[in-house]
Structure formats: structure tokens, C-alpha cells
Design a protein around this ligand. Structure first.
Ligand code: NAP
Length: 284
């Protein structure tokens, strides 16, 4: 058996197309377009590429975006002040502070200062709490992208055994919460999990968000499983996931490749969140 390879690029393109149409409708109703503000502190080349891609994606769907590039020596108070101003600015719907920030800045304090209604990364304590409470506000983009893939592939989640490997605030925990909200039976694994492969091998839906190249091999895959590989690892032979794609493909029913699986979904869901934040603000 060879697994269906899930085309994340195509699913992301469909999401962006949907957002493009909804932005036109929003503008017709509100007389303005959703607007995203991005902030980078310092000159991290990777951050600059990520943020440039986000601006390009905004432009493609008619979302306005503005950028604030701050000097590497920016203080925590200066950044807090900008985040506060963006929170009060009526023209701004979404605020994204690209992480990591330089060492003199406490990233958690900055994230906590973002207006939760404009928190398009879904990382503020309020939005994390709402998700934990089962009444989601703005949901983190990569986990939302994972769920969009599962919806697109019509994966039955009710009663399914789901295993998430990784418990970060950014990916693992929110994915697990969303799977739970979709009535899956969810197990979260992490670096102290005993017999990781055996736990994963129970999964009808396996989500890997670890950051260890090809950690999960054939012994971690249940025949017929859906495997979602969030991992993005640079190895000698290029980008690879947390799952051994070749080994898993021989057992799974469907699997996301790396690259071209979950990756493209993250920016698509940022656009969804920016539009959603604008709509919620318009509703008041
Ligand atoms: P992270 O904050 O470093 O969290 C990694 C998680 O994996 C932690 O919970 C850690 O456990 C667990 N872990 C580490 N080694 C393990 C092992 N040997 N066995 C079991 N669990 C282990 O990473 P992250 O931000 O969640 O990102 C995870 C991966 O997703 C990375 O490759 C990242 O590049 C990728 N990513 C991709 C996208 C995308 O758009 N596709 C977006 C975000 C992240 P402990 O908690 O016990 O330390």
C-alpha cells in the first residue's frame, strides 16, 4: 500500500481563494479592507523571509499589510509601546510580532500585551485560555491549518484515536485541544513519553510536531492511519519532517509531505485569522 500524499499547497490555495472572495464582500460592506501589522525586531534573515511571504500573501488576497522593522537594540518598553499603539489603532485588525525577538526582550510579555482581538497568531493567554475552555477565539495558525487539512480530507475525527507528538504552546497543545473539540480521543506525547513508537502506533490520526528529523518510523504508524507531519527540519538532503516519509507511506492511508504539506497552510490560516479579526471588530 502506498499512502495518498496530501497536497497542502492545493488546500492552502483553495483557502486563499476563499479568503480573497470574502475580503471583497467585507470591503463592500465595511468600506475598508482587513489590515495586518507585522513587527520584526532586529535583522534575522529567516524572520525577514517569513514576514515578506506573509505580506505577499496578504497582497494576493486583498488584505492590506503594514510593517514595522525595529532596530536590534529596541528595548522591551519600546516594543510594548508599539504593540499598545497598534492595539489602539482603529485601522489595524491583526498584529503579528515575528518571533524570536532579541534576548533583551521577554517574548511572553510582548505576546501578552497584544490586544487579544487582534492576536492573529492566537498566542495570547486569553486566546489560549478560550481554546482550552472549548470556546475558541483566534486559533494559532499552524494548528488551524492542520484541522483544515483534516476537514478537507474528510477525516472522521469523532471517536478517532489521535496522538499528537509535541506539547508546545505554538503547535502541540493547540492541535490537541482542537482534536479534542472535534471529539477525538487525544493523547499528547513529549520528550519524556515512555515508548513513543508504541503510543503513536495506536493513532488513527497522528500529528507530529517535534522538530527531530524522521523521528517517527514504520513502528510508529498504524496501518491505515492519517499522518500529519508539522515538522520542518533542515537536514543534509534538504527540508524533512518528523516522520520518516518513505517508511510511513508504506503503511498510512494518507500523509502530508515536507515540504508541501502543513507548511503552506500556516500563512493561509493567518489570512483567515486577519479577516476573522476584522469581522469581529466590525461586529463590535
Ligand atoms: P518546540 O517548541 O521545540 O516543541 C517540540 C516538542 O517536541 C516539545 O513538546 C518536546 O517535548 C517534544 N519533543 C522533543 N524531542 C522529542 C522526542 N525525542 N520525543 C518526543 N517528543 C519530543 O517546537 P514547535 O514550535 O512545536 O515546532 C515543532 C516542529 O514543527 C518544528 O520542526 C518546527 O519547525 C515545526 N513547525 C512548523 C510550522 C509550519 O508552518 N509547518 C509551524 C511551526 C512549527 P518537551 O515538551 O518534553 O520538551
Amino acid at each position: 500500500m502506498s499512502a495518498r500524499v496530501i497536497d497542502g499547497k492545493a488546500i492552502a490555495a483553495a483557502v486563499r481563494e476563499r479568503v480573497r472572495g470574502e475580503v471583497v464582500a467585507y470591503e463592500a460592506e465595511e468600506g475598508r479592507v482587513p489590515t495586518l501589522a507585522t513587527v520584526i525586531v532586529g535583522e534575522d534573515p529567516a524572520s525577514e523571509i517569513y514576514v515578506a511571504n506573509k505580506h505577499r500573501a496578504c497582497e494576493e488576497v486583498g488584505v492590506r499589510s503594514v510593517h514595522h522593522g525595529l532596530a536590534a537594540g529596541t528595548t522591551q518598553n519600546e516594543l510594548l509601546e508599539l504593540v499598545g499603539q497598534l492595539g489602539l489603532d482603529p485601522d489595524i485588525d491583526g498584529i503579528l510580532v515575528q518571533l524570536p525577538v532579541p534576548a533583551q526582550i521577554d517574548a511572553d510579555a510582548i505576546v501578552a500585551a497584544i490586544d487579544p482581538g487582534k492576536d492573529v497568531d492566537g498566542l495570547t493567554p486569553l486566546n489560549a485560555g478560550l481554546l482550552a475552555h472549548g470556546t475558541p477565539g483566534l486559533v494559532p495558525c499552524t494548528p488551524a491549518g492542520v484541522m483544515e487539512i483534516l476537514r478537507h480530507e474528510a477525516v472522521e475525527l469523532e471517536g478517532a484515536e489521535a496522538v499528537v507528538v509535541g506539547r508546545s504552546k505554538l503547535v502541540g497543545v493547540p492541535v490537541a485541544r482542537l482534536l479534542l473539540a472535534a471529539d477525538a480521543t487525544v493523547t499528547i506525547c513529549h520528550s519524556r513519553t515512555v515508548d513513543l513508537a508504541a503510543t503513536c502506533a495506536r493513532a488513527d490520526v497522528l500529528v507530529a510536531a517535534v522538530g527531530v528529523p524522521r523521528l517517527l518510523g514504520a513502528d510508529a504508524i498504524k496501518p491505515g492511519a492519517v499522518v500529519i507531519d508539522v515538522g520542518m527540519n533542515r537536514s543534509e538532503d534538504g527540508l524533512c519532517g518528523d516522520v520518516d516519509f518513505e517508511a510511513a507511506s508504506g503503511l498510512a492511508w494518507a500523509i502530508t509531505p515536507v515540504p508541501g504539506g502543513v507548511g503552506p497552510m500556516t500563512i493561509a490560516m493567518l489570512l483567515v485569522n486577519t479577516l476573522e479579526a476584522a469581522r469581529r471588530r466590525s461586529r463590535g
